[in-house]
Write a protein that binds this ligand. Structure first.
Ligand SMILES: Nc1nc2c(c(=O)[nH]1)N[C@H]1C(S)=C(S)[C@@H](COP(=O)(O)OP(=O)(O)OC[C@H]3O[C@@H](n4cnc5c(=O)[nH]c(N)nc54)[C@H](O)[C@@H]3O)O[C@H]1N2
Ligand SMILES: Nc1nc2c(c(=O)[nH]1)N[C@H]1C(S)=C(S)[C@@H](COP(=O)(O)OP(=O)(O)OC[C@H]3O[C@@H](n4cnc5c(=O)[nH]c(N)nc54)[C@H](O)[C@@H]3O)O[C@H]1N2
Ligand code: SF4
Ligand SMILES: [Mo]
Length: 886
């Protein structure tokens, strides 16, 4: 075994330290006990990283219009097309759309090239969809995009308020730290504010299922309550803040009484008061928030409504308290630091003339941008309207993840010149690119990333570069050199870039700007290699980094005082729509990451949610005649999709929740963002992903089927199809509007290649054409090769037992006999109700049965009996939920 390489998880913004070592051909992944973000823990996604490193789905060579080419040709073509477009149409006719999944070094080079040398600020990032409202809220309140606190504050707090955050699934290691703190301190109270009852609620003391979009009202009400209750901190307010009166007046106008708030938020007054009382009594309060706050047409206001309450009580900058924006992507923070948002210039500097002058001198930039560029939604609109003619998309998949995604697709189809750099060979976005550039992936590249608590950590390579894949910073620099900027982009390594970036952060800074890592301005390459995780700012005066901001009450506004912001709550845009009477809420599922390019490769991770689904409240389902497990169609003014109905009281009545992950590579008609309203917050430009009016309809195809096979098939042209990888098999869920004439030959066409047809495959089949039932299994050399089950409705056998047969080298007689029944007669049911514990592959029904039969009453007891929940712990909230239910 090689010695382990210390690196950082490429998924969420918790930024867990990972130890990766190669053992023979496999990679072993463990949590890094010395990393201060996770102290050795990893969630299900981190723990399964080893399953996502294969090369079969990778882009390994540059391509021009589908033809492999050499790097020189590809880079020349990119440079020539960008230069020509700028020459003919001006600098603002080109754009970069980048990502919080780049390293800081990649990001820095992209930003420098666009804003300093191409002469436009048209570089924006998927962080616009993610963190822009938090950034804008911080800037309004603090005068800079500063995250005041850190993870330890969550452990020191006596009240944690989780607003619009499904922490248990999206930031599982933070959640585990919170739960551990609660075990150590049973007085710690946890409040979850989310219209849905999520897994996060299983470990909470109070869940406020507020009306979607009503957060500003809730926090305005809290501000009034705290003020009237005498909870203000007059010294802090007077010395370190401004504009309280206006904020208080606005709050009072919208939230004159508790009844008004309870009504407006759709909450029970007793619960509301409970929350307010806890907030009032607990000085050590952390309010952590995520996309339920940011992804809203009033996201920036929501952020400031929360921060207002912390300013009033002076609960900021000290241990165990503060507003805390949890970041989404592994380097969402790094991108903000670099200045990768179109409305920032660089390194926490905006477009003030003094900043433009400073950055221009530092970069020796010939074409510095002097004002903001287009934000993501506007950028793609400009592409659609032909104003942007050359676009380079790096490490993001906008045809899947942007709102009104069909329009984004149409825009790319129309665009004269699209370049995509990615690690994956096939994405919905790449279909529309003229040039594909193969990027090094996690495990192959070097650089730094910053997590939610401002901690900069190294990503380190532990795998060789495959094919001709290159780091993103290298591609960008090579294009810059071809445009004539050899000296400005002559980087030999990520360390070179990091040093320059660190130096810029300290350039003419003198404490005026929060972001300062000038201590690293002359870091040696050896020290870059051994870089230890550290929280910025890191200066010569503070070489150990900085745990918290604002302990001294000095902010980054002109007069150094924090600002209260007067908030007048607004309903979501298109809050109601008679034709589309329900609300579409979107977000994440536990074991999948975004557009599935990585987690979709892992059998373990694909088991938890193998298909696109929609969560529907039982009464809404009844009203629409929708049964659990059937297919439903969701449509909005922007687009439509199909998904499997999951009927659950966890969903608020009137709302439907659908995860964001599925796309044309994994399913048909399942891109949720085709449905999403592209309206944005007027300040931050962040889209309102959590609120689109939607219409629900049962979808009754002529037939439905599932198919398990050892070989990956091309997704057939059908009404519905979703694929997921399993251990030794692929699973396909299918539906069609017209039945084939002959099911057995349909099955053969689908399941065998022409060559295989001649092999001596054995078929076991059952057909009742009259009622539209067909079941077939193909056996090769005694081993189950594939099976397919067709019925007129979704009433088909569960997949679990059949799937387990793919692990067998030969089928037993009993297994053969009962194959087409889909289960053994000795088994009560072959269904396991869906995987709960991904690490050990344990399903819901197994856990429920064990709880009932053995009278288990704790998570630990379940773990002892079944092992479920004893590895990464990501499923513990779900196990708690099952315990609560029995
Ligand atoms: N498993 C997994 N983890 C991830 C990711 C992933 O793809 N998969 N992605 C990462 C990224 S980039 C991000 S940005 C984060 C996102 O992390 P989160 O923000 O925690 O996740 P979401 O599921 O997008 O949304 C959070 C919650 O907001 C709620 N919500 C909707 N409307 C409202 C509202 O009006 N008010 C309030 N208070 N809540 C509302 C939703 O019901 C949802 O439960 O996750 C990161 N972690
Ligand atoms: N409806 C709805 N839509 C949403 C959201 C929502 O909550 N609801 N959330 C939004 C949010 S918060 C986010 S962050 C976005 C995420 O949306 P995307 O950014 O579109 O999703 P990813 O699948 O992470 O795309 C990353 C791509 O980069 C590639 N990649 C990975 N590493 C590298 C690398 O080092 N270099 C290069 N060149 N490529 C790389 C991957 O293969 C993948 O194709 O989705 C947004 N869209
Ligand atoms: S919580 Fe999970 S996904 Fe997030 S950084 Fe840690 S291991 Fe990775
Ligand atoms: Mo995100």
């Amino acid at each position: 075994m090689n010695h382990a390489v210390r690196t950082t998880c490429p998924y969420c913004g918790v930024g867990c330290g990972v130890l990766a070592s190669s053992v023979n051909d496999a990679v072993e992944i463990r949590g890094d006990h010395n990393h201060p973000a996770n102290f050795g823990r990893l969630c299900s996604k981190g723990a399964a990283l080893g399953e996502t490193l294969g090369l079969s789905e990778r882009l390994l060579y540059p391509e021009i219009r589908g033809q492999r080419c050499d790097w020189n040709t590809a880079l020349d073509t990119v440079a020539q097309n960008f230069a020509r477009t700028i020459r003919e149409h001006g600098a603002d006719s080109v754009a970069f759309y980048v990502s919080g999944q780049l390293t800081t070094e990649d990001y820095y080079v992209a930003n420098k090239l666009m804003k300093g040398f191409l002469g436009s600020a048209n570089i924006d990032t998927n962080s616009r969809l993610c963190m822009a409202s938090s950034v804008a809220g911080h800037q309004r309140a603090f005068g800079a995009d500063t995250v005041p606190g850190n993870y330890q504050d969550l452990e020191l707090a006596s009240l944690i308020v989780l607003v619009g955050s499904n922490t248990a699934w999206c930031h599982p290691v933070i959640y585990q730290r919170i739960q551990q703190a609660k075990t150590a301190n049973p007085d710690l109270k946890i409040v979850v504010i989310d219209p849905r009852r999520t897994a996060t609620c299983e470990g909470a003391d109070l869940h406020l299922s507020l009306k979607p979009g009503s957060d500003s009202l809730l926090f305005n009400g809290l501000l009034v309550y705290l003020y009237d209750n005498g909870d203000s901190n007059p010294y802090f307010v007077n010395t370190h803040t401004q504009d309280l009166e206006a904020a208080l007046n606005a709050a009072r106008a919208s939230a004159p009484t508790l009844d008004a708030v309870a009504n407006g938020c759709g909450l029970d007054k007793k619960e509301l008061t409970q929350f307010y009382r806890w907030f009032s009594r607990n000085e050590k309060t952390v309010s952590a928030y995520s996309q339920g706050v940011n992804q809203s047409s009033s996201g920036t206001d929501k952020v400031n409504a929360i921060i207002n309450c912390h300013l009033l009580t002076g609960r900021i900058g000290r241990p165990g308290m503060g507003p805390f924006s949890i970041t989404g992507q592994p380097n969402a923070m790094g991108g903000r630091e670099v200045g990768g948002l179109a409305n920032q210039l660089a390194v926490h500097m905006n477009f003030d003339p003094a900043n433009v002058d400073r950055v221009q001198r530092f970069w020796d930039a010939p074409n510095i941008a002097r004002g903001p560029g287009l934000k993501a939604v506007d950028m793609f609109r400009a592409v659609d309207e032909g104003r942007i003619k050359a676009l380079w998309i790096i490490a993001t998949n906008p045809v899947v993840s942007m709102p009104d995604a069909d329009r984004v697709r149409a825009a790319l189809a129309r665009c004269e010149f699209v370049v995509v750099s990615d690690c994956a060979r096939n994405t919905d976005t790449m279909t529309w690119a003229q040039i594909l550039l193969p990027a090094l992936a996690w495990g192959e590249k070097n650089g730094t990333v910053t997590n939610s608590e401002r901690r900069i950590s190294r990503q380190r390579a532990f795998l060789a570069a495959p094919g001709e894949a290159k780091p993103d910073w290298w591609m960008l620099s090579e294009v810059a050199k071809r445009l004539g900027y050899e000296q400005h982009f002559n980087y030999q390594s990520a360390a070179d870039i990091f040093r320059e970036y660190a130096a810029l952060s300290g350039f003419e800074n003198e404490g005026q700007r929060d972001f300062d890592i000038s201590a690293f301005g002359s870091l040696s390459s050896e020290r870059y290699d051994t870089f230890e995780p550290i929280q910025w700012p890191v200066t010569h005066a503070r070489p150990q980094g900085t745990a918290r901001f604002f302990a001294d009450g000095r902010f980054y506004t002109d007069n150094r005082k924090a600002r209260f912001v007067a908030i007048t709550p607004r309903a979501p845009v298109n809050a109601t729509d008679v034709e589309y009477p329900l609300i579409l809420n979107t977000g994440r599922t536990r074991d999948h990451w975004h557009t599935l390019t990585r987690t979709g490769l892992s059998p373990r991770l694909s088991a938890h949610a193998p298909e696109p689904y929609a969560e529907i409240h039982p009464q809404d389902a009844a009203q629409h005649q929708i049964q659990n497990g059937t297919l439903v169609s969701l449509s909005t003014r922007w687009g439509k999709m199909l998904a499997r109905a999951q009927i659950t009281p966890a969903q608020q009545r009137g709302s439907v929740f659908a995860p964001i992950h599925w796309n044309d590579q994994f399913a048909l008609q399942a891109r949720v963002d085709a449905l999403a309203n592209p309206v944005t917050d007027p300040i931050s430009g962040q889209p309102e992903f959590k609120h689109t009016p939607v219409k629900l309809m049962p979808y009754a195809p002529a037939w439905q089927a599932f198919l398990l096979t050892r070989r990956r098939l091309n997704i057939p042209e059908l009404s519905y199809c979703a694929r997921a990888i399993g251990k030794d098999y692929w699973r396909y869920e299918l539906a069609g509007d017209a039945s084939p004439k002959d099911w057995p030959s349909w099955a053969r066409t689908l399941l065998c290649t022409p060559v295989e047809n001649n092999l001596r495959a054995e078929w076991i089949e059952y057909l009742d054409a009259g009622i539209g039932h067909y079941r077939g299994a193909r056996i090769l050399g005694g081993r189950l090769d594939s099976c397919v089950f067709v019925a007129p409705t979704s009433d088909l056998p569960a997949r679990d037992w059949l799937a387990s047969l793919f692990a067998r080298e030969t089928l037993s007689d009993a297994e053969r006999t009962h194959l087409l029944a889909g289960t053994l007669p000795s088994q009560k049911s072959n269904a396991d109700g869906g995987i709960v514990c991904a690490c050990f592959g344990i399903g819901k029904d197994t856990i429920l049965n064990a709880i009932r039969e053995n009278k288990l009453d704790t998570v630990a007891a379940v773990g002892e009996k079944l092992k479920a929940g004893t590895n990464c712990g990501s499923c513990i909230p779900e196990i708690k939920g099952l315990l609560n239910r029995t």
